[in-house]
Design a protein around this ligand. Structure first.
Ligand code: TXD
Length: 309
């Protein structure tokens, strides 16, 4: 069977990382698109030159036009501005609306059956925008944030509990912003609820570090935002779709009443497969998490209302 085709738009830090991981895991052939002349071509050539060493049998081309993206199975959109110290994700909205809106028109017309994975910030608003502009079924327009936020949560918990990160199952719901909702009642270490292993004060502190996980890295890097864990996260979603695995991952999706939230994008666990979202998983949240989730979704809705569609 031929390999799936994944277009990655934006050949910056996150986009190049997504492309590299897709190639090295031999998940797909990749088309890397960027507006900057030479950038996607140079990164694609450089990645292909690592093929004899890494031994992967997948291929990538870099381009400034959308013609080569035709009939992609998945399109990952990472193009746009990233945060600098002192900026919130919402500060990026005006400029990135223009960028993402234009890109969605280009890719949706050429790949009408594709699944769109949105990465650009502000994530929840850009996911909604991409859904509207594409005209696609909402099951095929999915934002990446929850996988990253949950991975950060899992890592910080592993540091506190002194166990391997992969032994932690952590859940973060809600919008990808300061109001995101770490859900300790569904987070486990070696199968044990973390609420039985850590004090409330410790959990609160780890929740806060998770909510501030993005800015912690922005403040260290000073010139841009995180990209290793974000590219891992987007590829985990692409892998679940390509393999039709049904893996449950927290993703930013359109809600139609699930969790009591309607007509907005928000982060909740979903099962992923070839058709995009197979199912929204409704967890029985604690009252505190449910209230926080609604508040987070309300903030996203307010931001969406600022979009001039
Ligand atoms: O959890 C998440 N969803 C995120 C989101 C985690 C990390 C980063 N997140 C956001 O992804 C971040 O706030 C930005 O909005 C995007 C991309 O971050 P990245 O770190 O990759 O930014 P770069 O390195 O600046 O790359 C952006 C690229 C750059 O090469 C531009 O030339 C290109 O986007 N760009 C475009 N490509 C194609 N078409 C257009 N119009 C375009 N405009 C800019």
């Amino acid at each position: 069977m031929s390999k799936p085709k994944v277009t990655v738009v934006g050949a910056g830090f996150v986009g190049a990382g997504v492309a590299q991981r897709l190639l090295e895991k031999e998940l797909a052939n990749v088309v890397l698109v960027d507006v900057v002349e030479g950038l996607p071509q140079g990164k694609a050539l450089d990645m292909m030159e690592s093929a004899p060493i890494e031994g992967f049998n997948t291929a990538i081309i870099g381009t400034n036009s959308y013609d080569a993206t035709k009939d992609s199975d998945i399109v990952v959109i990472t193009a746009g501005l990233a945060r600098k110290p002192g900026m919130t994700r919402d500060d990026l909205q005006a400029k990135n609306t223009e960028i993402v809106g234009g890109i969605v028109k280009e890719v949706a017309s050429r790949s009408p059956k594709a699944i769109l994975i949105i990465v650009t910030n502000p994530l929840d608003v850009m996911s909604y925008l991409a859904w509207k502009k594409s005209g696609f079924d909402h099951k095929r327009v999915i934002g990446m944030a929850g996988v990253l936020d949950s991975a950060r949560y899992a890592y910080f918990l592993s540091l506190e509990l002194k166990i391997q990160p992969k032994e932690i199952e952590a859940v973060v719901l809600g919008g990808h912003g300061d109001l995101m909702v770490p859900a300790p009642e569904f987070s486990k270490a070696n199968g044990k609820p973390i609420t039985e292993l850590l004090s409330k004060e410790k959990i609160d502190a780890i929740n806060k570090r998770t909510q501030d996980g993005g800015i912690e890295i922005v403040n260290l890097l000073k010139t841009g935002s995180a990209y290793y864990a974000p590219s891992s996260s987007a590829v985990a979603m692409a892998e679940a779709i390509i393999r039709d695995s049904g893996r449950v991952l927290p993703c930013c999706v359109y809600l139609k009443g699930e969790y009591g939230i309607k007509d907005t994008y928000c982060g909740v666990p979903v099962s992923l497969g070839r058709e995009g979202i197979k199912k929204v998983i409704e967890l029985k949240l604690s009252g505190e998490s449910q209230t926080a989730l609604k508040r987070s979704a309300e903030h996203v809705r307010e931001q969406i209302q600022k979009l001039l569609l």
